[in-house]
Design a protein around this ligand. Structure first.
Ligand code: SF4
Length: 242
């Protein structure tokens, strides 16, 4: 994952330098001042990308990074995110690897903070594909409709709901999940989803911590997916501050 990320960054730097060189050589009738401004901006951009890559590399390898640098880097990575994922697409690298890096940066930054959030202010968002496909119970309207047969992870989520008193909402899609956040106004979210949905969801939700947990897809995407319940439980315990 980190090797692919470094390759994408090197490609990005090469493109920036190539375009700058072309402009410098061929647009000869620019004034000197314009040349100077252009080159200064390019070197600021390159320095920012190099700084971000260095911090990202350290965070991915779980090396010590100060909370301030983590926050600055998360902001830079968010700004560069679309460009990096687009380059991944062009050069046939997995976009999900870049998304995984984004979630790792986000979660590492949140875990570096301290929270003491009331359990009622924590929302656990779960995709509907977690429910066993053959089960016809309407758990999207209320998780309490689950009969706890244990075939899918919904019964584990019900136990988390009873144990911690946090609201668990099973959403049929991203729009409904966003609507739920607007209505409930939680102070923190634990979101379970695939790489793509988690990334877009976390980028949409501003000003509150959102811990992302990837679902597992042994049966392919969006069908009878699974969750590592321990990961969700750890996230809740951390946000409550125990
Ligand atoms: S655990 Fe609940 S939701 Fe899952 S199959 Fe059993 S009854 Fe249905």
């Amino acid at each position: 994952m980190i090797n692919k990320y470094i390759k994408i960054i090197l490609i990005l730097l090469f493109i920036i330098l190539f375009i700058t060189t072309i402009i410098n050589i061929f647009i000869l009738n620019m004034t000197n001042l314009l040349f100077m401004i252009l080159n200064i901006l390019v070197w600021i951009l390159i320095s920012t990308i190099l700084f971000s890559s260095f911090i990202t590399y350290r965070v991915i390898l779980d090396k010590e990074v100060s909370i301030k640098l983590m926050k600055i880097n998360l902001n830079i990575f968010t700004k560069l995110f679309n460009m990096i994922t687009y380059l991944s697409y062009i050069f046939d690298f997995s976009k999900d690897d870049i998304r995984k890096i984004y979630i790792k940066l986000n979660n590492s930054y949140i875990y570096k903070n301290k929270y003491n959030i009331d359990n009622k202010d924590i929302l656990v968002l779960i995709p509907h594909c977690i429910q066993k496909n053959s089960c016809k119970l309407k758990v999207t309207s209320s998780i309490n409709n689950c009969k706890s047969c244990g075939i899918c992870n919904v019964s584990d989520l019900l136990k988390l709901n009873e144990k911690f008193g946090v609201e668990v909402f099973i959403a049929t899609g991203g729009t409904l999940a966003r609507k739920k956040i607007i209505e409930k106004r939680p102070k923190a979210v634990v979101a379970v989803a695939c790489e793509r949905d988690l990334t877009s969801g976390i980028q949409d939700i501003k000003n509150i911590p959102v811990l992302g947990v990837f679902n597992k897809r042994p049966n392919g995407p969006c069908f009878d997916t699974k969750i590592d319940i321990k990961e969700v439980e750890d996230a809740i315990i951390f946000l409550i501050g125990n």
